[in-house]
Design a protein around this ligand. Structure first.
Ligand SMILES: NC(=O)c1ccc[n+]([C@@H]2O[C@H](COP(=O)([O-])OP(=O)(O)OC[C@H]3O[C@@H](n4cnc5c(N)ncnc54)[C@H](O)[C@@H]3O)[C@@H](O)[C@H]2O)c1
Ligand SMILES: [Zn+2]
Length: 345
């Protein structure tokens, strides 16, 4: 088993990574002295696969389980679903001695996390991520959110979990396209902060449990430096500024998040090379590894990037972009919007 400890002002917690952890989830949660009920939020795909194992483990530890299932997919990060969860939990007389558990991917993690951040002014929260993306990215760092008609993740809060339990066995049932989505974020972590990790993925020479642990460490380091995402944590957005545009223009159906991030990383690397910031050949290196993982590197559509200038990170006439110096090292680059438009053209 791997353990990564996260230390933040006002909160410290462990991320445990290994096979079979779901079976001992109850006792791990009990060790945190959380002894009330466990309100577990899951989705319609994950619940039938892992809900029962978690329920049994909680019961064995003397914790009363309450399972709440939402429909799978991004649509559940909505006010309507949030409101239903509040009602179910309040009707079951939830109190601050209880714990909210997210059992599922990033959707369930963000949604249940936001419930935990807001209900009764904040409840203890435990993440049990079951997608590779959630295990290497969304379950670490305490960002929780639901979507608004006007955009993704616009209503949210920072609320750190008390524990993250990553059972690597759950990945066995993950569809290959979802697995590749998580690999895109792993490549991103390698590209911005760890050339060795990048090479291991490129060469297919790695142990998944170790890789997940390494990714949690990388994300932890950025989060510990800048919990509220006003500085260095932005580096984690590498490939995302362009990726979000591609994801939206594909109607959120043509490309999933990881695929859009793969495409966005290639755009950012090519742009960096053209601006003379990124070492020549870096975009080629990225394309090679992403292709090997079954991720796209070229869109089959014409993407209109002009929307980026209205990106929320825009400040005056400049936009801060995350670019690579080389594989393993990223820089935050303020760039004039006019210059960006010109180069993108
Ligand atoms: N909070 C953060 O820091 C952060 C970071 C990155 C992404 N996110 C959010 O994460 C979300 C995406 O997360 P995701 O990619 O995990 O998507 P997801 O939660 O929708 O899961 C993808 C699909 O896989 C299914 N699934 C999950 N685990 C499974 C398993 N073990 N076996 C079989 N099927 C399984 C789900 O039911 C779903 O259909 C987005 O909403 C994004 O905004 C948040
Ligand atoms: Zn992402």
């Amino acid at each position: 088993m791997n353990r990564v400890s996260v230390l933040l002002p006002g909160s410290a917690y462990d991320i445990l990574i290994g096979p079979g952890l779901l079976r001992s989830a109850g006792s791990s949660i009990r060790e945190l002295l959380l002894c009330g009920k466990a309100f577990t939020v899951t989705d319609g795909n994950v619940g039938p696969l892992y809900g029962e194992a978690l329920r049994e483990s909680l019961l064995e530890a003397g914790i009363e389980p309450v399972l709440l299932t939402v429909p799978p997919g991004e649509g559940s990060k909505s006010e309507a679903v949030l409101s239903r969860l509040y009602t179910s939990m309040l009707a079951a007389k939830i109190s601050r001695r209880d714990v909210v558990i997210a059992l599922g991917g990033g959707v369930v993690g963000d949604l249940a996390g936001y419930v935990a951040a807001t209900l009764l002014r904040g409840l203890p929260f435990v993440q049990i991520p079951t997608t590779l993306l959630a295990q290497v990215d969304s379950s670490v760092g305490g960002k929780t959110a639901i979507n608004h008609q006007l955009g993704k993740n616009l209503i949210g809060a920072f609320h750190q979990p008390r524990l993250v339990l990553t059972d690597t066995d759950t990945l066995k049932t993950l569809p290959p396209r979802e697995f590749a989505c998580g690999m895109a974020e792993i490549v991103k972590h390698g590209a911005i902060a760890d050339a060795e990790l990048f090479s291991q993925i490129r060469d297919g020479q790695y142990d998944l449990e170790t890789v997940i642990g390494r990714n949690c460490e990388i994300k932890r380091t950025f989060v510990e430096e800048d919990e509220r995402d006003t500085g260095g944590r932005m580096t984690l957005n590498f490939g995302h500024t362009f990726g979000h545009v591609i994801e939206a223009q594909g109607g959120f159906s043509r490309y999933n998040h990881g695929e859009a991030v793969a495409l966005g990383m290639v755009v950012a690397a090519e742009l960096g090379e053209r601006l003379g910031i990124t070492k020549t050949g870096t975009s080629q290196e990225l394309c090679a590894v992403l292709t090997k993982l079954g991720l796209p590197v070229r869109t089959g559509m014409t993407v209109d990037y002009t929307g980026i200038i209205t990106d929320k990170k825009r400040m005056g006439g400049t936009l801060t972009l995350v670019l690579l110096k080389r594989i393993g090292e990223a820089v935050l680059c303020p760039i004039e919007v006019d210059r960006l438009t010109e180069v993108l053209r």
